[in-house]
Design a protein around this ligand. Structure first.
Ligand code: UDP
Length: 319
Protein backbone atom coordinates (compact mmCIF):
# COMPACT_ATOMS: atom_id res chain seq x y z
CA UNK A 1 0.00 0.00 0.00
CA UNK A 2 1.23 3.44 -0.99
CA UNK A 3 1.63 5.62 2.13
CA UNK A 4 2.36 8.82 0.25
CA UNK A 5 0.43 12.00 1.06
CA UNK A 6 -0.55 14.62 -1.51
CA UNK A 7 -1.72 18.21 -1.05
CA UNK A 8 -4.25 19.41 -3.62
CA UNK A 9 -4.86 23.17 -3.45
CA UNK A 10 -8.20 23.95 -5.07
CA UNK A 11 -9.24 20.34 -4.60
CA UNK A 12 -12.93 21.27 -4.29
CA UNK A 13 -13.00 22.56 -7.86
CA UNK A 14 -13.97 20.72 -11.03
CA UNK A 15 -10.50 19.45 -11.96
CA UNK A 16 -9.12 19.36 -8.41
CA UNK A 17 -11.89 17.05 -7.21
CA UNK A 18 -11.38 14.62 -10.10
CA UNK A 19 -7.66 14.68 -9.36
CA UNK A 20 -8.38 13.78 -5.70
CA UNK A 21 -10.42 10.77 -6.86
CA UNK A 22 -7.59 9.63 -9.12
CA UNK A 23 -4.93 10.03 -6.42
CA UNK A 24 -7.00 8.13 -3.84
CA UNK A 25 -7.54 5.47 -6.50
CA UNK A 26 -3.76 5.13 -6.78
CA UNK A 27 -3.42 4.67 -3.00
CA UNK A 28 -2.42 8.19 -1.93
CA UNK A 29 -3.67 10.03 1.14
CA UNK A 30 -4.99 13.44 0.11
CA UNK A 31 -5.32 16.74 1.94
CA UNK A 32 -7.25 19.48 0.15
CA UNK A 33 -6.84 23.15 1.01
CA UNK A 34 -9.58 25.26 -0.59
CA UNK A 35 -11.42 28.44 0.42
CA UNK A 36 -14.52 27.37 -1.57
CA UNK A 37 -14.63 30.68 -3.46
CA UNK A 38 -15.55 28.92 -6.71
CA UNK A 39 -15.06 25.29 -5.62
CA UNK A 40 -17.83 23.34 -3.89
CA UNK A 41 -17.63 20.99 -0.90
CA UNK A 42 -20.31 18.94 -2.70
CA UNK A 43 -17.65 17.90 -5.24
CA UNK A 44 -15.88 16.06 -2.40
CA UNK A 45 -18.91 14.91 -0.38
CA UNK A 46 -18.45 11.31 -1.55
CA UNK A 47 -14.99 11.26 0.11
CA UNK A 48 -15.98 12.48 3.57
CA UNK A 49 -15.92 9.01 5.14
CA UNK A 50 -12.57 8.04 3.59
CA UNK A 51 -9.98 8.14 6.39
CA UNK A 52 -7.25 8.94 3.85
CA UNK A 53 -8.99 12.18 2.86
CA UNK A 54 -9.13 15.60 4.56
CA UNK A 55 -10.60 18.96 3.49
CA UNK A 56 -9.23 22.14 5.06
CA UNK A 57 -11.24 25.31 4.38
CA UNK A 58 -8.52 27.96 4.10
CA UNK A 59 -7.34 30.66 1.71
CA UNK A 60 -3.85 29.79 0.44
CA UNK A 61 -3.14 33.50 -0.11
CA UNK A 62 -2.17 33.37 3.58
CA UNK A 63 0.84 31.18 4.49
CA UNK A 64 -0.27 27.67 5.46
CA UNK A 65 1.25 24.39 6.54
CA UNK A 66 -0.70 21.16 5.93
CA UNK A 67 2.02 19.01 7.54
CA UNK A 68 4.39 16.73 5.68
CA UNK A 69 3.38 15.98 2.12
CA UNK A 70 5.19 14.15 -0.67
CA UNK A 71 3.53 15.92 -3.59
CA UNK A 72 1.91 19.33 -4.03
CA UNK A 73 -0.70 19.68 -6.76
CA UNK A 74 -1.42 23.41 -6.99
CA UNK A 75 -4.86 23.75 -8.61
CA UNK A 76 -6.38 26.67 -6.70
CA UNK A 77 -7.77 29.46 -8.89
CA UNK A 78 -11.05 30.64 -10.34
CA UNK A 79 -10.85 29.26 -13.89
CA UNK A 80 -13.91 30.12 -15.97
CA UNK A 81 -14.00 33.57 -17.63
CA UNK A 82 -17.19 34.52 -15.75
CA UNK A 83 -15.65 33.45 -12.41
CA UNK A 84 -12.24 35.05 -12.82
CA UNK A 85 -13.69 38.31 -14.11
CA UNK A 86 -16.09 38.41 -11.12
CA UNK A 87 -13.19 37.61 -8.74
CA UNK A 88 -10.37 39.47 -10.51
CA UNK A 89 -8.28 40.43 -7.50
CA UNK A 90 -8.57 37.05 -5.70
CA UNK A 91 -7.53 35.47 -9.03
CA UNK A 92 -4.41 37.64 -9.20
CA UNK A 93 -3.67 36.93 -5.53
CA UNK A 94 -4.02 33.16 -5.72
CA UNK A 95 -1.84 33.03 -8.84
CA UNK A 96 0.86 35.10 -7.14
CA UNK A 97 0.74 34.87 -3.31
CA UNK A 98 -1.00 31.49 -3.38
CA UNK A 99 1.63 30.10 -5.71
CA UNK A 100 4.47 31.28 -3.44
CA UNK A 101 2.77 29.58 -0.50
CA UNK A 102 2.15 26.31 -2.36
CA UNK A 103 5.78 26.28 -3.50
CA UNK A 104 6.95 27.07 0.05
CA UNK A 105 5.15 23.91 1.24
CA UNK A 106 6.86 21.84 -1.48
CA UNK A 107 10.24 23.41 -0.63
CA UNK A 108 9.84 22.86 3.13
CA UNK A 109 9.00 19.15 2.80
CA UNK A 110 11.12 18.34 -0.27
CA UNK A 111 7.87 17.44 -2.05
CA UNK A 112 7.40 17.18 -5.79
CA UNK A 113 5.13 19.81 -7.30
CA UNK A 114 2.77 20.16 -10.25
CA UNK A 115 0.88 23.35 -11.08
CA UNK A 116 -2.17 23.83 -13.27
CA UNK A 117 -1.45 26.44 -15.91
CA UNK A 118 -3.55 27.21 -18.93
CA UNK A 119 -3.85 27.69 -22.66
CA UNK A 120 -4.72 31.30 -21.70
CA UNK A 121 -0.93 31.80 -21.45
CA UNK A 122 -1.09 31.86 -25.27
CA UNK A 123 -3.77 34.61 -25.19
CA UNK A 124 -5.40 35.19 -28.59
CA UNK A 125 -2.78 33.06 -30.33
CA UNK A 126 -1.07 34.05 -33.56
CA UNK A 127 0.51 30.58 -33.82
CA UNK A 128 -1.89 27.72 -34.53
CA UNK A 129 -2.00 25.05 -33.18
CA UNK A 130 -0.18 26.14 -30.03
CA UNK A 131 3.11 24.49 -29.11
CA UNK A 132 4.67 24.90 -25.67
CA UNK A 133 7.46 26.98 -27.23
CA UNK A 134 5.00 29.73 -28.30
CA UNK A 135 5.25 32.78 -26.00
CA UNK A 136 1.72 33.96 -26.58
CA UNK A 137 -0.27 37.07 -27.46
CA UNK A 138 -1.78 38.36 -24.22
CA UNK A 139 -3.35 41.77 -23.56
CA UNK A 140 -1.87 42.64 -20.16
CA UNK A 141 -4.59 45.23 -19.39
CA UNK A 142 -7.68 43.55 -20.91
CA UNK A 143 -10.51 41.93 -18.89
CA UNK A 144 -8.95 38.45 -19.15
CA UNK A 145 -5.56 39.67 -17.92
CA UNK A 146 -6.43 38.96 -14.27
CA UNK A 147 -6.30 35.26 -15.15
CA UNK A 148 -3.86 35.19 -18.06
CA UNK A 149 -1.18 37.25 -16.35
CA UNK A 150 -1.74 35.52 -13.00
CA UNK A 151 -1.08 32.17 -14.67
CA UNK A 152 1.93 33.47 -16.59
CA UNK A 153 3.28 34.77 -13.27
CA UNK A 154 2.48 31.37 -11.68
CA UNK A 155 4.67 29.74 -14.31
CA UNK A 156 7.45 32.30 -13.65
CA UNK A 157 7.42 31.70 -9.87
CA UNK A 158 7.38 27.95 -10.43
CA UNK A 159 10.41 28.07 -12.73
CA UNK A 160 12.19 30.39 -10.24
CA UNK A 161 11.67 27.91 -7.35
CA UNK A 162 12.94 25.19 -9.65
CA UNK A 163 16.03 27.17 -10.64
CA UNK A 164 16.88 28.83 -7.33
CA UNK A 165 15.56 26.34 -4.74
CA UNK A 166 15.81 23.15 -6.82
CA UNK A 167 12.13 22.30 -6.22
CA UNK A 168 11.12 19.38 -8.44
CA UNK A 169 8.40 21.21 -10.41
CA UNK A 170 6.05 20.48 -13.30
CA UNK A 171 3.72 22.78 -15.26
CA UNK A 172 0.64 21.54 -17.12
CA UNK A 173 -1.04 23.89 -19.62
CA UNK A 174 -4.69 22.85 -19.57
CA UNK A 175 -6.99 23.44 -22.55
CA UNK A 176 -10.81 23.60 -22.34
CA UNK A 177 -11.97 20.62 -20.27
CA UNK A 178 -15.51 19.44 -19.50
CA UNK A 179 -17.37 16.61 -17.83
CA UNK A 180 -19.33 15.85 -14.65
CA UNK A 181 -18.89 18.49 -11.88
CA UNK A 182 -18.35 21.29 -14.38
CA UNK A 183 -20.34 23.96 -12.58
CA UNK A 184 -23.67 24.68 -14.15
CA UNK A 185 -23.37 28.42 -13.55
CA UNK A 186 -19.71 29.04 -14.37
CA UNK A 187 -20.56 30.60 -17.75
CA UNK A 188 -18.37 28.26 -19.76
CA UNK A 189 -19.57 27.27 -23.16
CA UNK A 190 -20.27 23.59 -22.41
CA UNK A 191 -22.07 24.31 -19.13
CA UNK A 192 -24.12 27.14 -20.67
CA UNK A 193 -25.08 25.11 -23.75
CA UNK A 194 -25.97 21.96 -21.77
CA UNK A 195 -28.07 23.97 -19.32
CA UNK A 196 -29.83 25.88 -22.11
CA UNK A 197 -30.44 22.77 -24.23
CA UNK A 198 -31.88 20.83 -21.26
CA UNK A 199 -34.19 23.76 -20.42
CA UNK A 200 -35.24 24.10 -24.10
CA UNK A 201 -33.88 27.65 -24.10
CA UNK A 202 -31.90 29.15 -27.01
CA UNK A 203 -28.16 28.38 -27.00
CA UNK A 204 -26.30 31.69 -26.64
CA UNK A 205 -23.54 31.78 -29.27
CA UNK A 206 -21.24 34.78 -28.79
CA UNK A 207 -20.12 36.57 -31.96
CA UNK A 208 -20.44 34.62 -35.20
CA UNK A 209 -19.68 31.29 -33.53
CA UNK A 210 -16.75 30.78 -35.89
CA UNK A 211 -14.19 31.06 -33.08
CA UNK A 212 -12.74 27.65 -32.21
CA UNK A 213 -11.97 25.63 -29.10
CA UNK A 214 -10.75 22.04 -28.55
CA UNK A 215 -12.55 20.18 -25.77
CA UNK A 216 -10.97 17.51 -23.57
CA UNK A 217 -13.01 15.09 -21.47
CA UNK A 218 -12.08 15.24 -17.79
CA UNK A 219 -10.85 11.62 -17.41
CA UNK A 220 -8.38 12.13 -20.27
CA UNK A 221 -7.19 15.39 -18.74
CA UNK A 222 -6.60 13.85 -15.30
CA UNK A 223 -4.77 10.90 -16.88
CA UNK A 224 -2.43 13.50 -18.42
CA UNK A 225 -1.85 15.13 -15.00
CA UNK A 226 -0.87 11.80 -13.42
CA UNK A 227 1.49 10.92 -16.25
CA UNK A 228 3.16 14.33 -16.02
CA UNK A 229 3.39 13.99 -12.22
CA UNK A 230 5.32 10.74 -12.69
CA UNK A 231 7.67 12.28 -15.27
CA UNK A 232 10.62 14.54 -14.56
CA UNK A 233 9.78 17.23 -17.14
CA UNK A 234 10.09 20.74 -15.70
CA UNK A 235 9.06 22.76 -18.73
CA UNK A 236 5.36 23.26 -19.59
CA UNK A 237 3.40 20.46 -21.24
CA UNK A 238 0.09 20.99 -23.09
CA UNK A 239 -2.66 18.57 -22.07
CA UNK A 240 -5.78 18.98 -24.19
CA UNK A 241 -7.70 17.38 -27.00
CA UNK A 242 -6.47 18.57 -30.42
CA UNK A 243 -9.87 17.99 -32.07
CA UNK A 244 -10.97 21.53 -32.91
CA UNK A 245 -14.58 22.74 -33.21
CA UNK A 246 -16.18 26.07 -34.02
CA UNK A 247 -18.51 27.21 -31.24
CA UNK A 248 -21.42 26.74 -33.66
CA UNK A 249 -20.35 23.12 -34.21
CA UNK A 250 -20.13 22.72 -30.44
CA UNK A 251 -23.71 24.03 -30.12
CA UNK A 252 -24.87 21.50 -32.71
CA UNK A 253 -23.12 18.68 -30.84
CA UNK A 254 -24.85 19.67 -27.59
CA UNK A 255 -28.26 19.84 -29.32
CA UNK A 256 -27.64 16.36 -30.72
CA UNK A 257 -26.43 14.88 -27.40
CA UNK A 258 -29.39 16.24 -25.47
CA UNK A 259 -32.01 15.67 -28.18
CA UNK A 260 -33.09 19.27 -27.56
CA UNK A 261 -35.26 21.42 -29.83
CA UNK A 262 -33.38 24.58 -28.79
CA UNK A 263 -32.43 27.15 -31.42
CA UNK A 264 -29.35 29.40 -31.54
CA UNK A 265 -29.41 33.00 -30.22
CA UNK A 266 -26.48 35.22 -31.19
CA UNK A 267 -25.03 37.53 -28.54
CA UNK A 268 -22.07 39.96 -28.60
CA UNK A 269 -18.56 38.53 -28.49
CA UNK A 270 -16.80 39.35 -25.18
CA UNK A 271 -13.67 41.55 -25.43
CA UNK A 272 -10.39 39.71 -26.16
CA UNK A 273 -12.17 36.38 -26.73
CA UNK A 274 -9.50 34.20 -28.41
CA UNK A 275 -10.40 33.48 -32.05
CA UNK A 276 -8.84 30.05 -32.15
CA UNK A 277 -7.41 27.48 -29.76
CA UNK A 278 -6.00 24.05 -30.34
CA UNK A 279 -3.15 22.33 -28.52
CA UNK A 280 -0.19 20.79 -30.29
CA UNK A 281 0.22 17.67 -28.11
CA UNK A 282 3.32 16.24 -29.78
CA UNK A 283 5.28 16.75 -26.56
CA UNK A 284 2.72 14.95 -24.35
CA UNK A 285 2.51 12.11 -26.88
CA UNK A 286 6.28 11.62 -27.04
CA UNK A 287 7.18 12.31 -23.42
CA UNK A 288 4.20 10.83 -21.58
CA UNK A 289 2.70 8.43 -24.12
CA UNK A 290 -0.52 10.43 -23.51
CA UNK A 291 -3.35 10.76 -25.96
CA UNK A 292 -7.01 11.69 -25.33
CA UNK A 293 -9.38 8.78 -25.87
CA UNK A 294 -12.82 10.36 -25.57
CA UNK A 295 -14.09 12.65 -28.32
CA UNK A 296 -16.71 15.36 -27.87
CA UNK A 297 -19.77 13.36 -28.93
CA UNK A 298 -19.02 10.58 -26.43
CA UNK A 299 -17.91 12.98 -23.69
CA UNK A 300 -21.16 14.95 -23.92
CA UNK A 301 -23.09 11.70 -23.66
CA UNK A 302 -21.06 10.70 -20.58
CA UNK A 303 -21.80 14.12 -19.02
CA UNK A 304 -25.52 14.12 -19.71
CA UNK A 305 -26.77 12.58 -16.44
CA UNK A 306 -24.69 15.00 -14.40
CA UNK A 307 -26.09 18.02 -16.25
CA UNK A 308 -29.66 16.69 -16.06
CA UNK A 309 -29.32 16.35 -12.27
CA UNK A 310 -27.67 19.75 -11.94
CA UNK A 311 -30.46 21.42 -13.92
CA UNK A 312 -33.08 19.66 -11.76
CA UNK A 313 -31.27 20.63 -8.52
CA UNK A 314 -32.76 23.95 -7.35
CA UNK A 315 -29.67 24.78 -5.28
CA UNK A 316 -27.40 24.89 -8.36
CA UNK A 317 -29.84 26.01 -11.05
CA UNK A 318 -30.28 29.59 -9.93
CA UNK A 319 -28.76 31.53 -12.84
N1 UDP B 1 -19.23 31.06 -25.60
C1 UDP B 1 -20.43 31.17 -26.29
N2 UDP B 1 -21.59 31.10 -25.56
C2 UDP B 1 -21.63 30.90 -24.22
C3 UDP B 1 -20.38 30.77 -23.52
C4 UDP B 1 -19.21 30.87 -24.25
O1 UDP B 1 -20.46 31.35 -27.52
O2 UDP B 1 -22.72 30.83 -23.66
C5 UDP B 1 -17.97 31.13 -26.37
C6 UDP B 1 -16.95 32.13 -25.86
O3 UDP B 1 -17.18 33.40 -26.43
C7 UDP B 1 -15.65 31.49 -26.32
C8 UDP B 1 -15.93 29.99 -26.24
O4 UDP B 1 -17.35 29.86 -26.26
O5 UDP B 1 -15.37 31.84 -27.64
C9 UDP B 1 -15.36 29.30 -25.02
O6 UDP B 1 -15.76 30.04 -23.90
P1 UDP B 1 -15.52 29.57 -22.41
O7 UDP B 1 -16.11 30.62 -21.52
O8 UDP B 1 -16.00 28.18 -22.22
O9 UDP B 1 -13.94 29.52 -22.19
P2 UDP B 1 -12.64 30.16 -22.88
O10 UDP B 1 -12.16 29.13 -23.81
O11 UDP B 1 -13.03 31.44 -23.60
O12 UDP B 1 -11.74 30.43 -21.75
Amino acid sequence: MNKLRALVTGGAGFLGSHLCDALLGEGWSVVVVDNLLTGRAANLAHLQNDSRFELINKDICEPFDPGKVDFVFHFASPASPVDYMMHGIPTLKVGSLGTFHALDVAHKYGAKYLVSSTSECYGDPLEHPQKETYWGNVNSIGPRSVYDEAKRFTEAVTMAYHRYHKVDTRIVRIFNTYGPRLQLNDGRVISNFMKQALRSEPLTVYGTGNQTRSFCYVSDEVDGFLRLAKSSEHLPVNIGNPNEFTILECAQQVIKATGSKSKIAYEPLPQDDPKQRRPDITKARQLLGWEPKIQLEEGLRLSLDYFKNAVADKSTATR
